[in-house]
Design a protein around this ligand. Sequence first.
Ligand code: AMP
Length: 231
Amino acid sequence: MEASSVGGVFEDVVKKEMIIVLLGPPGSGKGTQAAYLKQYLKIPHIATGDILREAVKNSLPLGVKAQEYMKQGALVPDELIIEMMAHRLEKPDCQKGFILDGFPRSEVQAKAFDQTLAEKGWTISKTINLTVHKQLLIERLSGRRTCGKCGTNYHIKYNPPKKMNLCDLCDGELYQREDDKTETIDRRLNVYQQQTAPLIKYYQDRLTNISGDQPKEEIGRVILAKSNDKI
Ligand code: AMP
């Protein structure tokens, strides 16, 4: 989608400070949408899963503590995530706003985030909940392949790379995330239902539900348009 195709809406959106929270189960397209919106809004895409995977890859203390939980499809303890996000949100690139993908993922995290917002005088511009049927989530997650070098995601059926198993952007080798394997997907979806889905209620007065079953350009267009609404 070209910037011009969202016209006046886009013009208005980029003038304001933007804090967008993307909620939705694993496989609902939060990462895809965040990467997409980032092009238009020129604010960072903060994906807690990516930060954690990078920490694991580099054997940082955070990664060492988090990796077992991640492998099992469980949530990393709240206190580690809250501390990690406190550092991330201090960075200067967050001053004009940011897109959150994968945070908050529990009520404890949502409350900690509310406190950070209050301290900084920030307000959430939009909380988007992407809804997708369970069968489609399973298909998306099990077919996902990720670039080991730059983290770009592909899908073996819906978004295959041009060269088999190689990233279109950086030629990095694609791999299947440990937690995208069939055994772990079910557990992640259950963890989502039990620990993250309650956030739908937490944010109910400021939540916009969008069907994540549509083409990504259409979802992106709707999010940009809704981000300009008051609620
Ligand atoms: P994701 O890439 O968002 O699917 O996250 C991958 C994994 O990282 C999750 O299954 C969790 O183990 C961990 N993780 C990511 N974000 C969070 C969070 N906000 N709270 C707890 N664990 C998280």
